[in-house]
Design a protein around this ligand. Structure first.
Ligand SMILES: *[C@@H]1O[C@H](CO)[C@@H](O)[C@H](O)[C@H]1NC(C)=O
Length: 303
């Protein structure tokens, strides 16, 4: 029995080596260096829990500007939650100076357009194949620049993700650069001056993947933002809610429900419909703290 276990683990290492890659070590942050096509140099880090579920879900957890995969791994609750629920966490690491994500170029704002969103989607696809993941449990979340990328991924890969949670971001396409600059900062968006109707914001999403069928499902979205955010002005909360309400055909001006002190004192939860809700954090700046246990409920890992 002992010998068999030893032999089996020897063989799995040998087969990984023969494919020219190191097998990710369960229970530690590992880098995957070869995962098929990578149109940009975004690095792929993965956390496979020691207690991996049979057909595991995947959570893509995306770091903020100046961040790294390692930093987000350390400063977010997802590795702990992965052990609890058995899902895999993908931590992409931005390749850009200043290490904000590219949420501004035409390439990244297009389905299979060759930008960072495309590279991250390929990390997800590799993981689905490699770990026989449950394609009905693929989720994305992030903070600040990572929240912007969360909205971009929900818009460019609606076929891949079931839900997204964005902490302190901007609408998909709001950082769009007129010169197609890569990972460019956009002052008018950050300052809350890029405003549009729900229909216009929804069109921005539809234009990122024009051939995606109108009747096909899109990820459920939950958007957090602080009312005292001086980096990404809180108007971006309204604009992002307009965008997703517009995409799902909900009436932005008549939400289904608005509840104060939910999920905590000073926060207000507005539900626009089954697939879009926002949480506005009164007096909170940039960024809103991650609510890991609530994330698990929104993603459906917990009840
Ligand atoms: C910033 O984004 C807005 C859309 O939100 C766009 O209209 C504007 O041209 C962008 N600014 C630059 C400098 O690219």
């Amino acid at each position: 029995m002992r010998l068999l276990t030893t032999l089996t683990s020897f063989l799995s290492v040998a087969s990984a080596a023969s494919l020219g890659k190191r097998a990710p070590t369960p229970g530690s942050l590992s880098q995957v260096t070869s995962f098929g096509t990578a149109p940009t140099k975004a690095a792929f880090y993965i956390y496979v829990p020691k207690k991996l579920a049979e057909s595991p879900g995947i959570v893509v957890a995306i770091h903020y500007c100046t961040g790294t995969a390692q930093a987000y791994y350390n400063n977010s609750p997802y590795k702990t939650l992965a052990e609890q629920y058995g899902f895999i966490v993908i931590y992409p690491s931005s390749p850009h100076s200043g290490t904000c994500w590219d949420v501004s170029s035409k390439a990244t704002l297009s389905h299979d357009g060759g930008g960072d969103s495309h590279t991250i989607a390929n990390m997800v696809k590799w993981t689905i194949t490699e770990y026989k993941a449950d394609t009905t449990k693929i989720f994305v979340t992030g903070t600040s620049s990572g929240a912007m990328m969360t909205n971009v991924l929900a818009a460019t890969y609606p076929d891949l993700f079931q839900a997204g949670i964005a902490y302190s971001g901007v609408p998909a396409g709001c950082f769009m650069s007129t010169s197609s600059g890569i990972a460019a900062w956009n002052n008018s968006c950050a300052n809350g001056q890029s405003t549009a109707t729900p229909q216009k914001w929804a069109q921005v999403v539809l234009d990122m993947y024009p051939s995606y069928p109108a009747t096909s499902p899109r990820p459920r979205m939950q958007i957090y933002h602080g009312s005292a955010d001086a980096t990404i002005r809180p108007q971006n909360y309204q604009e992002t809610m307009k965008q997703w309400a517009g995409v799902f055909g909900y009436n932005y001006d008549k939400p289904e429900s608005t509840k104060s002190n939910d999920p905590q004192s000073g926060y207000t939860r507005t539900i626009y419909g089954e697939r879009a809700q926002g949480i506005y954090a009164q007096g909170v700046g940039h960024s809103v703290n991650i609510r890991g246990a609530d994330d698990m409920k929104f993603f459906g890992f917990a009840t």
